[in-house]
Ligand binder design. Sequence first.
Ligand code: 4AD
Ligand code: MG
Length: 482
Amino acid sequence: MKHTRIIDLLNNTKTLQEVTVKGWVRTFRNNQFIALNDGSTIHNIQCVVDFENTPEETLKRITTSAAICVKGTLVESQGAGQKVEVQVSKIEILGDSDAEKYPIQLRNRPSLEFLREQAHLRVRTNVFGAVMRVRSVLSFAVHKYFQEKGFYYVNTPIITGSDAEGAGEMFQVSALPFDNTPRTEDGKVDYKEDFFGKQTNLTVSGQLEAETYAMALGQVYTFGPTFRAENSNTSRHLAEFWMIEPEVAFNDLAANMDLAEDFIQYVIRYAVENCADDLKFLEGRLLEEEKQKPQAERSEMALLEKLNFVLENNFKRVSYTEAIDILKNSKPNKNKKFQYLIEEWGADLQSEHERFLVEKHFKCPVILFDYPAKIKAFYMRLNDGTEPGRETVRAMDILFPGIGEIVGGSQREERLDVLIEKMHALGIEEEELWWYLDTRRFGTAVHSGFGLGFERLVLFVTGMTNIRDVIPFPRTPQNAEF
Ligand code: 4AD
Ligand code: MG
């Protein structure tokens, strides 16, 4: 007999039916009550075992995380806590789980840190089951949004020969031997001998390639893994993360902001509407976690309230220059509470500043735009008519409460001469990006795009606080287990 998923049993199966359920045991109480979970929902189904007529041998094997198959009758539950339960007529142990050795003792409330070391099993816990289901729904929503809007999905390469962000935080890809590396006459590594005949790396962003596609297909998006060898061991950085990068021909910066805001609200709304049970559970988890914190550090809103707030309020659009004025005159700056004090226009914003703006000053998501050219990437559109020494580019960053930067984007420099001049100033070789420059040579046009860090979105929606807990197998400095 085919088995039924627990979510379907709980939602719409008529009682007094014979059912088969398969899953992993969460708990087994009083030699009688199995809480069984199959991953389809946060909820378990209670299976009531007729222990008097079940061999002792079998009962002993109903242990935490054992895989079992249960046949029985779905009946209205006598107990509180669930509407229906399965009266077991036959139980089969599919895979034993040694209770002594099973690493996750739910009774001891294992910490998230501990569970990270058990990433292959942590998804059997309520928290990680919920997070990973929400993650899956969000990624579907990403595709749904863009497909409904007529965007084309482009798969940009993972191995590239260029540094899209010009930040030099790249993992090299090479098939050369480490011990006997071929060298040129001047002692440098001879990449001509390497697999691709040149130096290559894992991509930090699919943007440059996406731009070339936008300049032919009009509206495109990427959604794939990106890699950064930045040594930032923070709760917001991964060495391997997933990024969504839409790119649109003929969009200026204002249209880019509209797109980003509409997109983010759409995917959050989709999760709120389609992950009600998981989000309710995660809201409860967050409340518990926050009880450990001092009052001042607790969030003012519960998870769902916070999500609805983002859906119901426009993001505040603020220029970099305005933001610097606010920060300069802010209490933490005057009282020297910021680690990096804001002294003058041109300063790069640190996450402490971003969080002050979002969490303390505006108390809503903020889009900062028109940043100093000096602190942004080479491809951003130089603003017309800015003072020499105070040049700004048409950049935008979206800042979220509790997260900081969630989106980085810009209108792109579409003028060939200006772009080349900028590249020269930054020491970027024209030859390396000849194909990128071709889009400016042949039919150039205003265009814009942005990148959204998918894990930061999942963090926000699930209320988790460490980015390592929202990706199945996190890659961070000194850690590539599993
Ligand atoms: O601001 P970034 O570096 O922008 C770009 O890569 C552009 N090429 C995007 C574009 O315009 N198409 O990165 C974009 C976003 C950040 O706002 C952040 O959400 C996320 O990617 N991000 C990271 N997420 C996790 N771990 C890291 N190490 C991240 N670095 C960036
Ligand atoms: Mg950025």
